[in-house]
Structure formats: C-alpha cells, structure tokens
Design a protein around this ligand. Sequence first.
Ligand code: NAP
Length: 261
Amino acid sequence: MPAVALVTGGNRGIGLGITRQLLEDGFAVSVLATREEPADVLAELRELAGADDRVRYVRGSVADPADHARYVQDAVDAWGRLDVLVNNAGVAPSVRDDILDAGTESFDRVLGINLRGPYFLTQTFARAVLDLRGPLDALPDRPVATIVNVSSISATTVSTNRGDYCISKAGVAMATQLWAARLAPEGIVVYEVRPGVIATDMTAGVTEKYDALFSGGMAPMPRWGKPADVGGAVRMLVRGEAPYSTGEVFHVDGGMHIARL
Ligand SMILES: NC(=O)c1ccc[n+]([C@@H]2O[C@H](COP(=O)([O-])OP(=O)(O)OC[C@H]3O[C@@H](n4cnc5c(N)ncnc54)[C@H](OP(=O)(O)O)[C@@H]3O)[C@@H](O)[C@H]2O)c1
C-alpha cells in the first residue's frame, strides 16, 4: 500500500505543484477543493501516478469541519493509512482594501478558509492518525506522520491593503508551532513552508506590479517562484529524513525574507 498524502487545494496552483511531486515520489494523493471534479487535471495526475486508484478528489470546503471528517475518512476507507497532510488551500481577499476601510465579511471569510480551516483539519487528521497508529511504546526514529502548513511571506510582512490575509498567515505560523509541540510526543512532525511570490491564479491579477518589484530587486533571486519550487520543498520535508526536527519554517521565496541594507 503506498504512503498516503492529503493535499488541500491540490487541483490548482501551488497545490497542484505539490500533488505532482508527491505522486512522482510514489504517494497516493487525495485532493480537497471546492470546484466540480476537474476531469482534465485528474486524468493528467492519474497518468503521472501510473494508476487510477492512487488519486482521489473530494469536493468540499476546508472552511467546513463536516467536510474535514468526510475528507479524512474517505482516504482511510480507500487506502487504510494516513502519512501526510499538506494544508495548502487558501484564498486572497476578494478585494484589497485599506485596513482603515476593510470590513468584517472579508476578514471572516479569509480567516475561516486560511486559518480556522487548516487548524481544525489538522485536529481531525491527527486524531485519525492516532486511531490508526494505536498506543506507542516508544517514540519511533521516523515520523509516524508529517503535516506541512503552507503559510506566506505575509505571515511576517505587512500589506496594509490585505490585513485579513496577513493575520491569517501569521495565525498559520502560530498554529504550526502549537501543533508541532502537541504532536511531537505522538511521533507526528509539523512544518511550515513559507512561499514568497509564486505565479498562480492568486497572483495573476498583480503580474505587472510584481514584475516591476522583481526587476527592482525585491528578492535576491530576480524571478517569480513556481508551484514546483514549493512542491520541491514539501517533497523534501515529507521524506522523513529530518525526524528530530519539528516546528521548522522553510522559506521558498528566492531569499526575500533576508533583511538587506
Ligand atoms: N501565489 C502566491 O504568491 C502565494 C504566496 C504565498 C503563499 N501562498 C499560499 O499558497 C496556497 C495556495 O495558493 P495558490 O497561489 O496556489 O492559490 P490559487 O491558485 O488561487 O489556488 C488556491 C487553491 O485553494 C483551493 N481552495 C480555495 N478555497 C478553498 C476552500 N474553501 N476549500 C478547499 N479548497 C479551497 C482552490 O481550489 P478550488 O478553487 O477548487 O476550491 C485552489 O486549489 C494558499 O494558502 C496561499 O495563501 C500563495
């Protein structure tokens, strides 16, 4: 039975980059997303996996705890094991508003999807892993399971016209620390992958702005990030080769987080 990875938002953008790389590494992958099953994407992924039964798609929202239970149970029923959760699904605010004007509706939507969603999906996933695992005699040398939270450079960098997004990602950084500490004695490790600016649908509307910023030296590496750059980081972290590390933050931002003079 292949190792099993759950990738929220694994149908598009960064999540699709992650799904592809985990399939290449032999994982069975289940995607959670809100859109109708994307037949073309699933066909490509099943071809990449070399087996139809190594890819599943659950339609639901990470903002809805009832969908968490359904999503995790679907993978357990299909494959009988859980190895990796990648909390990737996320949204930008529908409108970028100065925080002097921004309303509560956008705040609640963004935090519900970006923070409350992964926080409680982690709880459901971890409980299911513990049920499948049974009692531990001693902490094993390799992780029992790995959780990766996709946050953002916005966890620590302010944008005063999308405060809700920044707060949601700062919350994801804290959630990573909380879950890393709570799950360490259970053999489950938790990491945060913190992307900079990645070319996806989310950033398609601000291409010119970021083209200019990259040309002006915003990041030491003068190019946009790609979903495959984030996928590569996740692939590395879920291999279980750093079993005595948890709560780590791994930047995928061309060096943007480095303070420079
Ligand atoms: N692009 C960047 O520059 C960048 C930088 C830093 C961090 N990030 C983070 O990286 C993650 C992925 O971003 P992206 O750029 O790939 O965005 P994207 O292209 O807009 O894709 C977002 C993904 O999340 C899914 N999704 C959205 N709402 C959902 C919900 N309620 N329940 C389940 N799935 C949902 C979408 O699928 P459906 O539409 O089918 O629901 C889609 O797969 C996000 O957490 C984002 O904050 C992005």
